[in-house]
Ligand binder design. Sequence first.
Ligand SMILES: NC(=O)c1ccc[n+]([C@@H]2O[C@H](COP(=O)([O-])OP(=O)(O)OC[C@H]3O[C@@H](n4cnc5c(N)ncnc54)[C@H](OP(=O)(O)O)[C@@H]3O)[C@@H](O)[C@H]2O)c1
Length: 247
Amino acid sequence: MNLFDLKGQTVLITGASRGIGKALALGFRDMGAIVYGTGSKESSIEWMHSENIHGRVADVSQVGTILPIIEEIKSKHEKLNCLINNAGIASNTPAVAFKEEEIYKIINTNFVGTFRACQAYYKTHKLLGGNIINISSVLGLVGYSLSSVYSGTKGAVIQLTKSLAAEWIGNNFRINAICPGFIDTDMNKMIKDKPQVFDKVANNIPMRRLGNPEDILGAAIYLASSASSYVTGQIIVIDGGLTSLLR
Ligand SMILES: NC(=O)c1ccc[n+]([C@@H]2O[C@H](COP(=O)([O-])OP(=O)(O)OC[C@H]3O[C@@H](n4cnc5c(N)ncnc54)[C@H](OP(=O)(O)O)[C@@H]3O)[C@@H](O)[C@H]2O)c1
């Protein structure tokens, strides 16, 4: 018996065009899963066609973009086995300088987008059951300068995860979250472009390095597979020791 078997399982990963989402899409494909991945625009998903990943364009900040993809997967494969809400944006804006438009762009992408995708999945699968993995952040757990709105959305995703896990447990839904620490993706370009800032961040991480996108894959496979069949409403932190080790 392979507890981590994902062969033939259908997985939908939002924000699969780059970074963590791309590593998850390629990793799940390599495990034999049928992977659907989204990007916000056509050019983001072009590479997926030659990699045996079903690319779909969906701006998660807009109403009704994920539902048709879940319905398509259900009609073609009978069921979506796992939804991974990964699409997200960040900014290094000081709290005092936030404009209304930027506040709502981050909230609508990171929190409302995740909520709507969960809702669409439940509506189409309430008789079939489901498995949701929300990608939150360690900044949803601890405070950090210049991350006020982003941290708020990621904390909200953690509470959303726990609340939906309680509400939908009777419909055979499991819902868990992963909190990555600082991962080497475009999202951290701002940090990487400034050597002094980068050194400060890296020196604060007990493992003394940023995570790689692939560092998130093992936990996602665990949560998507039957290895975690008795796990719901939980948060897995993957941060090189950042939030829990004193040095
Ligand atoms: N990197 C980190 O240190 C870190 C740490 C903790 C948590 N996270 C979380 O991990 C997730 C992935 O982050 P990442 O570092 O891989 O970021 P990334 O490299 O910047 O990639 C972001 C992904 O989200 C997609 N996206 C952004 N806005 C979207 C929208 N409105 N609709 C649809 N897709 C959208 C992007 O699509 P396009 O390519 O089309 O723009 C891209 O696929 C995010 O939720 C992030 O908050 C990251």
